[in-house]
Design a protein around this ligand. Structure first.
Ligand SMILES: Nc1ncnc2c1ncn2[C@@H]1O[C@H](COP(=O)(O)OP(=O)(O)OP(=O)(O)O)[C@@H](O)[C@H]1O
Ligand SMILES: [Mg+2]
Length: 355
């Protein structure tokens, strides 16, 4: 049995998950999140390294996570994800060399400034033999170094960095069964993770990422929409947003006109989200290897906004379901649903290699 701890540095909060991984059982032993002051992280990137390291140190001490080794995730505009097609190469070294070469063609980051990783996603028969689709991830080296320095500055030791989109898929979707994996008629699933400043739109087949794009939209924009419409302060608007949501019954004592105004602001504020999701999914559908998308799984802190799933279902015309980030864990103890939702990325990062 080994213990794995993963950390998600978001623009609104720090979140972490600790897991015990056995041969055939994965238990979530701890999950916690804590709000971050604005401006330390934004758009998925470190902005105030020293203050962020201080917050992280405090968060770790307060929550008493095991050990100092942590897995990290990244999602920002300085990580690029592209899909390339290659002849099938069974030798891992040859595959890596071919990916590095092709990456140079597709990714506009000079090789000495980038860190490249990849994940084979699908084999298919091309005109001249069997080919493989590979998702290539290239990150600016300095962005990764800054993140690593913050985590080390908090006294922790980073032991792995993964793309947030891959972690989200591991937490939210079941692994394909041996019998079904690779079948031509398996539909795609869309997973939409809406955070505070960013939204990750992902399309997966057999839980493998075939498309991902980071959109500059998050719950912060919904809060701003409420504040602008009602004249409330940002803090008040945030609280009212959480209380009212788009649907459901707000607490006793709420004036119905205020509730109607807040909901109107949220519906108008969420329109760009619908538009961006539709644009991303249309792009995926225009790809020659796209599959029909079966459903859209909604996750991320903003998925806690009641009724957002219904709103997206109306706006996109797709079946929308709320994701369960604990669905792949055998034993999660008594973790509150809100904590689980805010820790979804950390859970997926910790699940890496778990099975
Ligand atoms: N009950 C709720 N109703 C509506 N929105 C909520 C609720 N709870 C949290 N949120 C929103 O979720 C967002 C935070 O989500 P999350 O923790 O996934 O973001 P993050 O990881 O900090 O940000 P990012 O990934 O964009 O850097 C905030 O905008 C917050 O207002
Ligand atoms: Mg996040």
């Amino acid at each position: 049995m080994s213990t794995v701890v993963a950390l998600d540095l978001g623009s609104s909060a720090l979140a972490a998950a600790e897991m015990k991984v056995g041969r055939d059982r994965v238990s979530l032993t701890k999950a916690a999140f804590a709000p971050l002051p604005p401006g330390l992280m934004s758009d998925g990137e470190v902005r105030e390294a020293a203050d962020l390291a201080g917050e992280l140190k405090r968060f770790w001490k307060e929550n008493k996570f095991s050990g100092k080794k942590v897995r990290l995730g990244v999602a920002n505009q300085r990580v690029l994800v592209r899909t390339i097609e290659l002849p099938v190469l069974d030798d891992p070294q040859e595959l890596r060399a071919a990916v590095q070469f092709e990456a140079g063609e597709h990714i506009p980051i000079p090789p000495d400034e980038s860190i490249v990783d990849f994940q084979p996603v699908m084999r298919y028969m091309g005109d001249d033999g069997e080919r493989e689709r590979v998702v290539v991830v290239a990150a600016y080296r300095d962005m990764i170094e800054t993140l690593v320095a913050v985590v080390k500055g908090a006294g922790l030791q980073p032991v792995g960095i993964d793309l947030e989109a891959f972690a989200i898929l591991r937490a939210l979707l079941p692994a394909p069964s041996v019998l079904d994996e690779g079948a031509d008629d398996t539909p795609a699933q869309a997973v939409v993770h809406v955070g505070a400043e960013t939204t990750n739109v992902i399309v997966a087949v057999d839980r493998k990422c075939h498309f991902t794009r980071l959109v500059g939209f998050g719950g912060g924009q919904l809060t701003t929409a409420v504040a602008e419409r009602t004249g409330l302060s940002t803090e008040e608007a945030e609280a009212v947003k959480r209380e009212c949501g788009l649907l459901g019954r707000p607490m006793e004592g709420w004036d119905p006109d205020t509730v109607a105004e807040v909901r109107h602001a949220l519906a108008l504020g969420a329109r760009p989200l619908v538009r961006e999701i539709a644009r991303c999914l249309d792009y995926y559908r225009s790809q020659p290897f796209s599959r029909p998308i079966d459903r859209l799984v909604l996750t991320g802190g903003t998925s806690l906004c009641s009724g957002l799933d219904r709103y997206l279902q109306q706006g996109t015309g797709m079946r929308v379901e709320l994701g369960d980030p604990l669905s792949q864990i055998d034993d999660a103890g008594a973790i509150e649903p809100e904590v689980a939702t805010r820790c979804a990325v950390a859970v997926g990062l910790a699940l890496d290699g778990g099975r």
